[in-house]
Ligand binder design. Structure first.
Ligand code: GLC
Length: 714
């Protein structure tokens, strides 16, 4: 529909109909029986109000979408179709590794393919918008939602957040390509900085920190075309983001240039009363709407108060019309006025899952798994006598949080994956999530004693990571550490495979394991992917997108920490008045960027070539040699340190990376290209620019171990 016709449609709408378009409810408000049950009664909502709402979130099937849309349009005076949204975070029915795992692939192309495949399944189920990507900057794995993030580095997160948007939305018009869906980037902003890592807790960030580290991923998503932004639950500068006009207008609209639809998080408008910045629903609605929230997800504040607010202040009609336009414009972009079902017909409502999507999930799980330690124990050898022990040994709880309608029973367990391989496998499963008993640990030791290699499959349940899953202790729970300690007494050849949604504290078990593999929540094909890796049919390629701390007391932490006035160095490590702990090291147990494969390569012949012309880039050249007799994949990482700056800056910052495949014994040359713009940072006046001066450059395979290769002068 032409835009002019949209505006004419808005002119025909009553204020009540306009307000309705700004409300999003779950499907249970549309109980098929037509009887008003549950939430509607609590919300004193009428049938005609229900007939005006603009959006539904959380449907699970195409049939549900088709039924709700049909019955809704039958009663709609102006035949404005509903728009359907859902949390397609890492897959719709075929589930991929969690976003923190996908980030550990350092592979934007993979992320884009995963998002595209997820969009296809979701679109075929009638979904128009996904509440993804999550662009939150994170430094604290006590916060369970690091699971949904792209990890601790703002540069990596920005690249991947844009890749998600491209994968979901594609580049063609959404009205034409019905296999793509609109992306809603979230949670704007600062949610990951919750104090104490406690979900929904207070956030207080300096503007410098906000602009430097929290906004870049949102900027990238908006530049990639994200159609929606979701406001976060938390306060920022003392005001909840959902009622924060300077944040939504000056920062999101003006500075980041976002001109799409702003939607609240679940009931976040009503929660302004719990924040105690609104006395009642009317004040909550007024504050959120004035701040710029255009769609009220799952609260009745707009529905029951906005009309009166507009009547009392007719000047707000302009803002109301703008908000309604954003909603109708998005529906129009999706082609919903021409086809409210966006390709769904009664004949094609059944899901059409593709084998190639499962294969992509398996490929993704192989590229996201991180091998952190290996003392020549892996890969397993054919015919080896292998014991597979632990609560995750035969668990199908591999999908992780936000795995939409992914079916656990259709996930491939590690036991199932390994049983397809040529090894002498004995499995000793245990109910996932239960406390290990002494009897089980004894039985495990007996089995371990008779085995050549012991695989311990341990970790979290999907209930223990994700939203509202904050932890104060990140070490292995439920006696899993006792299992490692006991087994290590009878057989040192232990490879521990960890299924988790966040960095854990592995300090107690690290010395007891000859190999440690982070499987994250690997998705529907997890067991097959891990079996391929454990047998050496594929090489682990993942590199940590988030540091694994030695202790919770170190948190929040990031490799990109500032120098401080008393930095700990090798030279002063015996001095007292240094920025350090008395009872723990400063550095993480495993660094951002860490991870190994089955081969190894060496960097040599590094050089920095200064440009002979002003606007040409610097070239950083190095030689990479595969020292093994098998192909090897690595992720070469370039870090920088701006040596003297106007505001304090990190000692290391990831600038670029390259995934490199080397044939056996191959030696190749690689280049990175950087310009002064690559070293721009936010100054105290909030301008973003680079300074003249020297930049130290580090090259390597992890933040902590990258080596100084020289400096350049800009
Ligand atoms: C949840 C989450 C948000 C999600 C929304 C809709 O509470 O905070 O990430 O997209 O509600 O389910």
């Amino acid at each position: 529909m032409e835009t002019i016709k949209l505006k004419k449609l808005i002119d025909r709408m009553t204020v009540a109909e306009k307000v309705g378009q700004l409300v999003q409810l779950t499907p249970d408000f549309f109980a098929q029986g037509g009887e008003i049950t549950g939430p509607m009664q609590q919300w004193q909502m009428s049938e005609e109000q229900l007939g005006t709402i603009g959006s539904v979130l959380g449907t699970h099937t195409a049939e549900q979408v088709y039924t709700i849309q049909t019955s809704y349009l039958e009663k709609s005076r102006l035949k404005i179709p509903l728009i359907f949204m859902a949390d397609v975070i890492h897959g719709y029915e075929t589930i991929f590794p969690i976003p923190l795992a996908l980030a550990s692939s350092f592979d934007a192309q993979l992320v884009e393919e995963v998002a595209k495949a997820s969009a296809k399944e979701a679109a075929e189920a009638g979904i128009h918008v996904t509440f993804s990507p999550m662009a939150d900057h994170v430094k604290d794995p006590r916060w369970g939602r690091v699971l949904e993030s792209n990890g601790e580095d703002p540069t990596l997160s920005a690249v991947l957040t844009a890749a998600y948007v491209r994968g979901y939305q594609g580049t063609d018009a959404l009205a034409e390509n019905k296999q793509r869906i609109a992306a809603c980037v979230k949670h704007f902003v600062g949610y990951g900085a919750a104090e104490g890592g406690r979900d929904y807790h207070t956030v207080d960030l300096s503007d410098l920190e906000l602009y430097q580290n929290y906004l870049p991923a949102f900027q990238a998503a908006i530049e990639a075309g994200a159609e929606l932004v979701m406001t976060s639950f938390n306060t920022i500068h003392g005001v909840p983001a959902t009622a924060n006009q300077p944040l939504l207008q000056d920062v999101l609209r003006e500075k980041l240039g976002f001109d799409g639809l702003i939607i609240s998080d679940w009931a976040a408008v009503a929660e302004l009363m719990a924040h105690r910045v609104a006395a009642d629903r009317t004040e909550a609605a007024k504050k959120a709407f004035t701040a710029g929230v255009e769609m009220d997800m799952m609260s009745d504040c707009y529905l029951n108060a906005l009309e009166q607010i507009i009547d009392a202040d007719p000047a707000m009609n302009e803002q109301l019309n703008k908000a309604v336009f954003h909603v109708l414009h998005l529906k129009n972009k999706l082609g919903l006025f021409e086809d409210p079902y966006r390709g769904l017909t009664p004949e094609n409502l059944a899901p059409r899952l593709l084998k190639e999507t499962r294969l992509l999930s398996r490929e993704a799980a192989k590229k996201t798994t991180v091998l952190l330690k290996n003392q020549a124990l892996l890969p397993l050898q054919k015919k080896q006598k292998v014991a597979l022990i632990g609560p995750k040994a035969d668990s199908k709880d591999l999908l992780g949080a936000w795995s939409w309608i992914g079916k656990q029973e259709e996930a491939v367990s590690l036991a199932k994956g390994l049983s397809q391989k040529e090894i002498d496998l004995t499995i000793l499963p245990y109910p996932d999530g239960k406390v290990l008993t002494a009897a089980y640990i004894e039985e495990a030791c007996r089995l371990a004693e008779q085995s050549e290699v012991v695989l311990l499959a341990l970790g979290e349940t999907s209930e223990e990571a994700g939203e509202a899953a904050s932890l104060t202790k990140l070490s292995l729970s439920r006696n899993q550490e006792a299992l490692v300690a006991a087994v290590s007494q009878v057989n040192p050849k232990i490879a521990t495979i960890l299924f988790c949604g966040r960095p854990l504290v592995l300090s107690a078990i690290e010395p007891l394991c000859q190999a440690i593999m982070i499987a994250w929540f690997p998705g529907s094909e997890g067991g097959n992917a891990l079996a391929d890796l454990l047998m050496g049919e594929s090489e682990p390629q993942g590199r940590l997108a988030m540091s694994f701390p030695r202790a919770e007391g170190q948190l929040p932490m990031t490799y990109a920490q500032l120098s401080t006035g008393r930095p700990l160095t090798e030279e002063n490590s015996d001095q007292k008045y240094i920025s350090r702990y008395m009872d723990e090291k400063n550095d993480p147990l495993f660094s951002f960027g860490a991870g190994i494969g089955y081969g190894q390569c060496k960097i040599s012949k590094t050089q920095i070539v200064h440009p002979d012309e002003k606007n040409k880039p610097f070239e950083l050249i190095c030689t990479l040699k595969n020292e093994g007799d098998s192909p090897h994949t690595t992720t070469l990482q370039l870090y920088s340190r701006d040596d003297v700056t106007e505001v304090a800056r990190p000692m290391r910052e990831l600038k670029q990376w390259q995934k490199i495949n080397l044939a056996a014994a191959e030696e190749t040359q690689h280049s990175f290209y950087v310009t002064p713009e690559d070293f721009a940072y936010v100054h105290s006046d909030f301008s973003t620019k680079s300074d003249p001066g020297t930049i130290s450059l580090y090259l390597g395979f992890a933040a902590a171990s990258a080596k100084l290769i020289g400096t350049l002068t800009i």
